[in-house]
Ligand binder design. Structure first.
Ligand code: SF4
Ligand code: F3S
Length: 104
């Protein structure tokens, strides 16, 4: 499966949503997650993300986000179309360690 990492937080560009063939993205206030059981591993979302937030879970830095993606994909509503991105999305693009203070 592919996972959304903390690089998405407060960027939430949503370009990923537009290309996913199985609509397995789920939307929180500040970030999206992928449902690991629904992702078919096609990989088309990975290069679409301007924040480089999407990685296959085989990547060492992605593994830690897998359970978070699963947990919130069960709680949040599905998102099938790109909405408005945050006005300050670009300001958050290269900010590290966003999960602790900005996840919601
Ligand atoms: Fe959707 Fe494919 Fe990305 Fe999985 S890898 S989330 S199926 S676009
Ligand atoms: Fe997030 Fe990137 Fe999608 S910033 S909403 S994973 S395009």
């Amino acid at each position: 499966t592919y996972v959304v990492t903390e690089a998405c937080i407060k960027c939430k560009y949503q370009d990923c949503v537009e290309v996913c063939p199985v609509d397995c993205f789920y939307e929180g206030e500040n970030t999206l997650v992928i449902h690991p059981d629904e992702c078919i591993d096609c990989g088309v979302c990975e290069p679409e993300c301007p924040a480089e937030a999407i990685l296959p879970d085989t990547e060492p830095e992605a593994e830690q986000w897998l359970e978070m993606n699963r947990e919130y994909a069960e709680k949040w509503p599905v998102i099938t179309r790109k909405g408005e991105q945050p006005a300050d999305a670009d300001d958050w693009k290269d900010v590290p360690n966003k999960f602790q203070d900005h996840f919601s």
